[in-house]
Design a binder for this molecule. Structure first.
Ligand code: TYD
Length: 268
């Protein structure tokens, strides 16, 4: 075979060519994992907004999101919130558990922003009386429309037990993420998670899947209000990689002396 004649160092440089692609999304690619029940999640540098109407390639974004998502998911696993994360493999890839994704974007909001602020005519940044959980049906062609639990039950996207578990997962992730961000002077305005179903023998349970990163959160500096999330890209507010690097730096995920202009570096 032609492959086997390649020098070893070359085949090692292009491991992805041998992997089967399962799915390619806007910011990530999923490949078949090395063992049954696993997948490799590859983080791209592509950024999209407004349902992919606006797109660009942001150097280093994939590396930052891989590392940040690892950081959040490892923390969640450690406090007993189950996630799909198993292990980071390299700068852009992580090994995750394969699961059946529930077709919902689960949004938790602590302050009004984005579509909710617009929909209800509330000024962005207004604190909400309590965290509000919303569900959007995952369908890019429809623009991920907001749905109610009535739709979810009627169309069978999730059972009542699933919805109870999803709500509990979402609120636990919110408490964890809000506390973590508060510790580094960042306000967690809102975020989105996806939830997947895994089977352990006869039992099934729900776990946090996909990614948790500044792509899927709104993060505002507590003192200045500076946006440190994907709104920097959506609203043309500056350099997205600088903003994500700042989040990583504050959380200690990047070397403390990394300046925003430096390329992302891993500390281990
Ligand atoms: P939202 O304000 O509803 O939408 P938009 O980001 O278009 O203004 O989003 C609330 C939060 O959820 C925000 O932090 C972005 C995140 N989110 C995603 O990451 N992906 C999605 O598909 C949706 C609907 C939201």
């Amino acid at each position: 075979m032609v492959f086997s004649r390649r020098p070893v160092h070359m085949t090692e440089s292009f491991p992805m060519a041998r992997r089967k692609k399962i799915y390619e999304g806007k910011a990530k690619i999923l490949y078949e994992g090395p063992e049954p029940g696993t997948m490799v999640q590859y983080f791209k540098d592509d950024a999209t907004a407004n349902n992919a109407e606006k797109r660009d390639v942001i150097d280093g974004k994939g590396v930052l999101n891989n590392r940040l998502s690892e950081f959040f998911m490892v923390g969640l696993n450690a406090i007993g919130v189950p996630t799909h994360f198993l292990k980071r493999l390299n700068m852009r890839e992580q090994l995750v558990r394969q699961c059946d994704i529930i077709p919902l974007e689960v949004i938790v909001r602590n302050f009004a922003a984005g579509t909710m602020a617009k929909r209800l005519g509330i000024e962005e940044g207004t604190p909400l009386p309590r965290p509000i959980v919303e569900y959007c049906y995952k369908d890019d062609k429809l623009g991920d429309p907001l749905v109610t639990e009535e739709h979810i039950a009627a169309f069978g996207w999730a059972s009542q037990q699933d919805m109870d578990d999803i709500l509990s997962l979402a609120l636990r992730v919110n408490d964890f993420m809000s506390g973590l961000m508060y510790g580094v002077g960042i306000k967690l305005v809102d975020f989105k998670i996806e939830v997947g179903r895994v089977y352990d023998g006869d039992f099934q349970r729900l776990i946090v899947a996909d990614e948790i990163s500044p792509d899927s959160c709104r993060l505002w500096d507590m003192e200045t209000g500076r946006k440190l999330d994907k709104d920097v890209f959506r609203r043309d507010l500056g350099d997205l990689a600088d903003a994500y690097t700042e989040v990583a730096r504050r959380l200690g995920v990047m070397p403390a002396n990394a300046t925003p202009m430096e390329k992302p570096k891993l500390i281990n």
